[in-house]
Design a protein. Structure first.
Length: 325
């Protein structure tokens, strides 16, 4: 297991280096930068701009700039934001909790519903409940998440049941702890519901297919012939149907994070999505790179967790991975 983990960690480090280097290169190749905006301000002298370039190392070759940034990023010193005039790591710390709150809540709900509905549809193949579950899956797999978010926001605004327009900090300090939690929960409904509905639709189809495949296997037929209780069969089916589902967890985490960024922008949720949008629009180099760096680490951790779970469920996976190398 240790060898398996070391191999996976090595792959994660290589991926992280590749993503950050290509991102840095693309950002530097893009026309203009944040300092170009300062040049348009007649109150800022060219000497001041040159001083800023030297201060942040922007006068060096691209490769030198990247290596300097990477050395600092290893210890999570992600530089200074031009736009916010604050350390990048401080800005990310203020927002990453909000993004994780959305993604983790959506992930737990999605995986629970996918397993529950997938099992139900698989055991009731061809029945009315199976047809209804498949109809839900096909419907919401066809819905773009941003369109569903707009639709839910429209319903919320028409009914007045939920707040729209993003989180407001005004008056937040005067609220009690319960009122704060209630306000946050109300603002979470639309983004969490959007992410959960779309994510569950794709995963439950995979669970359903895996359940049907296990139910039709010789071992399940043998268990039924022996008169094994239904709960034992359900336990057997669930354990054997989890392999492909567990493999998908890493990809779903990636999808939830990327989807959450878009949904945050639409509903005004104060997470990394809004922060990254502002950083890109203002060409804030270090803030963009910091957001990409933390986001990539979160995705790699999600995939690593999925790999570990899969290896624990099926030891053949880790043996095959290690022997193959």
């Amino acid at each position: 297991m240790l060898t398996f983990l070391l191999v996976r960690l090595g792959q994660a480090v290589i991926t992280l280096l590749g993503v950050t280097f290509l991102s840095f290169l693309i950002i530097k190749m893009a026309p203009g930068d944040y300092l170009d905006q300062l040049r348009l301000n007649p109150q800022i002298s060219p000497e001041t701009i040159e001083t800023l370039k030297k201060q942040y190392g922007l006068d060096k070759p691209v490769m030198v700039q990247y290596i300097k940034w990477l050395k600092s990023a290893v210890v999570f010193d992600l530089g200074y934001s031009f736009q916010y005039h604050a350390p990048v790591i401080k800005l990310i710390k203020e927002r990453v909790g909000n993004t994780l709150l959305l993604t983790l809540t959506s992930a737990v709900l999605s995986w629970f519903l996918a397993v529950l509905l997938g099992l139900l549809a698989g055991f009731k193949e061809g029945a009315l409940i199976d047809k209804l579950i498949k109809a839900y899956a096909y419907t919401f797999m066809s819905f773009p998440s941003f369109f569903l978010a707009f639709l839910l926001l429209l319903i919320a605004s028409k009914t007045g049941a939920l707040p729209v327009g993003g989180m407001q900090s005004a008056g937040f300090e005067s609220m009690t702890t319960f009122e704060k939690l209630l306000d946050i929960a109300k603002h979470m409904v639309v983004p969490v519901l959007t992410l959960t509905l779309v994510s569950t639709a794709g995963m439950l189809r995979l669970v359903r297919s895996s359940v049907i495949e296990v139910l039709q296997s010789p071992i399940t037929t043998f268990l039924r012939a022996k008169g094994v209780p239904q709960r034992v069969i359900v336990k057997h089916v669930l354990k054997n149907a989890m392999n492909p589902f567990t493999t998908l967890i890493g990809y779903e985490i990636a999808g939830l994070l990327s989807g959450a960024a878009l949904i945050e922008i639409i509903v005004g949720w104060p997470g990394l999505g809004l922060l990254m949008l502002d950083a890109v629009l203002s060409q804030d180099l270090f803030l963009v790179m910091g957001g990409l760096y933390i986001g990539t680490i979160m995705l790699l951790l999600g995939n690593l967790i999925a790999d570990i779970l899969l290896a624990l469920i099926d030891p053949r996976i880790r043996e095959r991975e290690i022997i193959g190398r």
